[in-house]
Design a protein around this ligand. Structure first.
Ligand SMILES: [Zn+2]
Length: 330
């Protein structure tokens, strides 16, 4: 909440008075569209009349701006800033690469409402680097070398983290497009459970990439390296619909694994894996803080989870819950 003075001048009482905030419903028309808005007003505690509070008008303007944009589906100023950050680009080069007037972005950042089409374009830039790539390929000659290089480097980076040329990459991207918050640490464990569950529920080895028993549990090094720029932060990729690239049977199992396991954070998933034979066996002989790159074999994963499936019936939510409880971690 913003800082306001404790007392302000009341025109009615003719001296400084304390006041309380109240809400007044108002209708406003902006750019030809009507929008109802709960305006915050200040009321003198003594006489009950309206008083002026410094900063309150600005507050109401800002709130109205946000509400209007949200209701009418216009991009927020904050989101436009996110576009600049995403592509490491300044206001003018962004205007130029989009083929807009030199000052367009600058004006939007100052609060001018974009037209609908431009607003939708900016939104799309936020979720699709490929969309930016098209403008870049077309208009990069309008940019100076410095700006072109910076945007180009970002586009290269987004291409690398959004690529899906192999089964494991596609599945990783599918996981990252789910509703769950995923870090590199949790992604590795989820891939491991996806491998295990596809094996026991479908008898399919969905990918056969090398899995290693690292300090923090099972890791698929090529996927780990691909997303290591995120450190321990949440991984953010562009929105992509991969349903056409994944067999429905696989998707069902992956969704099942996500529903059961992606609700836990990376550290908890790491603890699960530390209680499981495949990691324990591969990691045996290594100290807690010692670098270990021993392979966890696919056979080991299959054998262990088949055994657990026999005991708990891992095709059901209840079975998975009981299995997780049996690990003694939570
Ligand atoms: Zn008063």
């Amino acid at each position: 909440m913003e800082k306001y003075p404790e007392k302000v001048l009341c025109a009615e009482c003719r001296n400084l008075q304390s006041y309380a905030f109240s809400v007044e419903k108002v209708q406003r028309v902006w750019n030809g569209v009507e929008c109802s808005f709960n305006k915050r007003v200040a009321i003198c505690n003594k006489c009950g009349n309206r008083v002026m509070v410094p900063g309150l008008e600005d507050y109401n303007e800002r709130e109205f701006d946000i509400k209007f944009r949200e209701e009418n589906d216009y991009i927020l100023v904050e989101e436009i800033r996110d576009v600049l950050t995403k592509y490491d680009v300044e206001k003018r080069p962004l205007s130029r690469v989009l083929g807009w007037g030199e000052h367009t972005i600058e004006n939007y950042l100052k609060g001018q409402l974009p037209n609908r089409r431009y607003s939708a374009m900016l939104r799309r830039l936020l979720v699709s680097y490929e969309y930016m790539q098209r403008f870049y390929d077309e208009n990069r000659n309008c940019l100076n070398d410095h700006a072109a290089k910076r945007i180009g480097a970002k586009l290269d980076y987004y291409r690398s983290i959004n690529s899906h040329d192999s089964a494991i990459e596609t599945i990783a991207l599918y996981v990252l497009n789910s509703k769950y918050e995923i870090t590199n640490m949790s992604l590795q464990k989820l891939l491991y459970y996806i491998e295990a569950f596809c094996q026991i529920l479908l008898q399919v080895r969905i990918f056969d990439n090398r899995c290693e028993a690292w300090m923090y549990g099972p890791v698929y090094p090529e996927i780990y390296d691909k997303y290591k720029s995120f450190g321990s932060a949440l991984i953010q990729v562009d929105e992509i619909d991969l349903s056409g690239e994944l067999d429905e049977r696989y998707r069902k199992v992956i969704d099942f694994v996500l529903n059961q396991f992606a609700i836990y954070n990376g550290v908890t998933l790491k603890d699960f894996s530390h209680a499981e034979d495949p990691w324990k066996k591969a990691h045996a002989g290594y100290g807690q803080k010692e670098r270990c790159e021993e392979v966890i074999t696919h056979e080991e994963i299959t054998e262990y989870f088949t055994r657990m499936h026999d005991i708990f019936d891992l095709s059901t939510e209840l079975g998975v819950r009981k299995y997780i409880e049996s690990l003694g971690v939570i």
